[in-house]
Every structure is written in structure tokens, then in C-alpha cells.
Ligand binder design. Sequence first.
Ligand code: 5AD
Length: 432
Amino acid sequence: MCYAIPAKLIKILKKKKHKIGIIDYFGEERQVIIDIDDLKVGDYVYAQGGVLIRKVPTKEALEILEYWKDIFFQLKQTDEALSKVDQDKLPPNALAILQKVNLRKSLKRDEMLTLLGLTQKEELAVLNEIANNVRQQQHGNSSCIHGVIEFSNYCRNSCFYCGIRCEQNIQRYRMSVEEIIAAAKEAVEKYGFKALVLQSGEDLWYDDAMLEKIVTEVRALGILVCLSIGSRDIETYRKLYAAGARAALIRFETSNAEIFAKLRPGTNLQDRIKLIDDVRELGFVLATGFILGLPGETHEDIANNILLTKYFNPDMYTFGPLIPTQDTPLANCSQITKDLVLKATAITRFVDANSNILVTTASETLDKSLRKEALLAGANSMMINVTPAQYRNLYSIYDNKTEDSFDVAQCIKESIDLLMSLGRCPTDLGIS
Ligand code: 5AD
């Protein structure tokens, strides 16, 4: 988005699947997948989600870098100061495990369970601090903000948790191909977004040709296009990759096959896992994850959810709490606590130190302060809703979805203010 720094391309490497570039932000290097032609070492570029998406004219890049040249180092200092850990406060029962984390040794399932079982305020505070420290050590102060356009709330599925499941008696909408492209254009040209997630229910009304047109035109705006369209045929994903989509967001929702089958009638976990594997195999940058706190889920399931996410080697972890939603079969379920969301965030950071972890809208809906708190417990990425105002409230996957009442400019300002107050910088996180 407008909160983005151009990088200088300093090396081009050829790898089997992709062309890889090394880019530089004021001496900090990242690896990225090169997704444009006609590029040479020394060019200035924008990278998003680990993908080099656009060249920036040198004059323009140098002007922007002039603005960042001091702020960049000031932000780093702020982040470093905020991510210090007070070793003296380490909780005794988690001490050995957290020392292991400090040594970058991977955690075993029973160690994850011990951490999930922590309840004392001071212990949780230290857990979050250490996660924040690991994030800082791995990624410096890099952070990213992506936009999301929710283009249709029609869905063929009947997921028990979801407010747009096909049985819901809600006002449905579909944006036309032209409307979607216009909304993306506005997000890019007016607000400066450089990565957009195109999200919808599983809506087969959009056939491959329509989706290809959308992706082609949105990619032509010079941004990273991320698909969040659910279980579509792998051939559809293949065509959309060819049209220029480079990222895909597909959650497996839960690693517990029984809960999956019960809550997602007519579908099964195995097929979902295969789809995610296949999408990854096509070369997409992958965001995946789960819902936290589905009924029947134990701490063991949560640990398994984190481990299954890790299995996919995703570029982004995305998980959020179940928000019980009116008129769905899970309307009367209890909601998990903010602490559990933070614990899952911190443990994810420990299990996959180099991961990128999104603060999801569901987390913010559970508790507004979770955005900041999750960023201080291992998370490093967030999303802003740029769905046109007339549709925004209709994409009601859960009740009281946050941000609905704010305008985009206000959301951007709040997000940037928050990131800056935490010393986070919009340098791309790169690929691992
Ligand atoms: N609470 C939290 N997350 C939900 N999702 C759908 N319904 C809910 C809910 N009630 C999540 C699913 C889906 C994503 C777009 O939203 O994980 O993949």
C-alpha cells in the first residue's frame, strides 16, 4: 500500500521453479520471487508477499527513499526496544521450553501443549514477549498490509460456522467483473495498495474466463494478486496463475478430520489438504491456517492445527477465533478468550520462527486490542478491507465484523499509525 518502500535489486538468481532476486532496503537483504520481465540489477522495485511485482522509476524511488532514510532507522530502534525480553521473568514451568525457543530448536507437540496450558498473567506476558523477540530476530521490523476486496457473498457450501453459508437468509450480492476491476483500481491508484486479496464465497457463477479477466486486469495494475475463492478446481487455479495471480489464501479450517466433516457437510479434510498441496505445487505463494476454537476442539487439536499449517510451508499463517454467528448452527457456541489467540500466535512463532503471521479480522472482532497485542506476540502482517462501501456489511461471514463503520482512508491511517508506533517498517518480508 502507500506504506511501502522501494527496494534495490542487487542480484538475480535462477532457481528451478522461479527466478529469484535479492533486494536491498538500506542494507537489509531479502529474497523474492521475480514476477516481471525486463529487469536488471540496480533497478528499483516493489516487492509484496515475497514477490517482486513492479519496477519503480529511479527518480520516483529515490524521492521516496529520501523520505524513509532516517525514519527507517528510527523505526528499527523502536522495534528493537519493544522486543527486548526480561529474562528474569521467565516462568519456571515453561523455562526449559522457552530456552529451547531461544536456541531456535523446534518444539515438540507436548511442549506446545504445556505452553497452551499456561494461564498466569505474568507467564503469558513473557510468552508474548519472547515471541515478539523471535519475530524481531527473524524478520527485523518488516511488516505488510494487504487489502481485501470481498466480491461475492454467494456460497455453495454449508459450513456450520459461516454467516454466508448457502442456507443463511441474507441479502446476497455479486460484484460484476467491471466493478471488481474498478474497486481494485481505486485501491491501487487512490490508496496505494500493492497487494490485494480477492475474496468470495465458493461462487461458481464466476467461471474461469471471468476470473481470468479479473486477475489479468488487476495484475496489470502492478500489484500482487492473491486469490481467496475456496475449493475450486485445480485447473481453475492453474489458469489463474497463468493470468497473473501469484498468491492464494486457502485455510484448511481444522486439522481434525471428524470436526471438519461435521462442520463442512459434503466436504472432507483430505480433499482440502490435497487442494492446498496442489495449489502450492503450482507455484502460488500460500497463506493457510485454521479457525481457533471450533466446538469439540482440544488443545491437542490446536497444536495439530499449527503443525499442519507448518507442514504446508506457507508464506503466511492465517488463523482467527471462531465468532459464533447468528442463525448458523454454531450461533450458541462459546467464544474463546483473547489469551488463547495470543498463545496460538506466540506458539506459532516458536514452532516456525521464520513464519509470517497475519492478524486476522476475526481476532480484531473478538477484541479490538488484539491487533496491537498480536503484533506484539509474534504477528507481523495485517489486512485492510477495501470492499466498496455498499457491499461491505453484506459480507457477513461472522457477526460484528470489525472495520465496517470506518472509511478506507481512516483504516489505513490507523493501521500505519499503529505500525509506526510499534517501530514496524513496510519492507517486504521476502520468502524464506
Ligand atoms: N468465525 C471466524 N472465522 C470464520 N470464517 C468463516 N466463518 C467464521 C466465523 N464464524 C473464516 C473461515 C474462512 C474465512 C474466510 O473466514 O476460516 O476460511
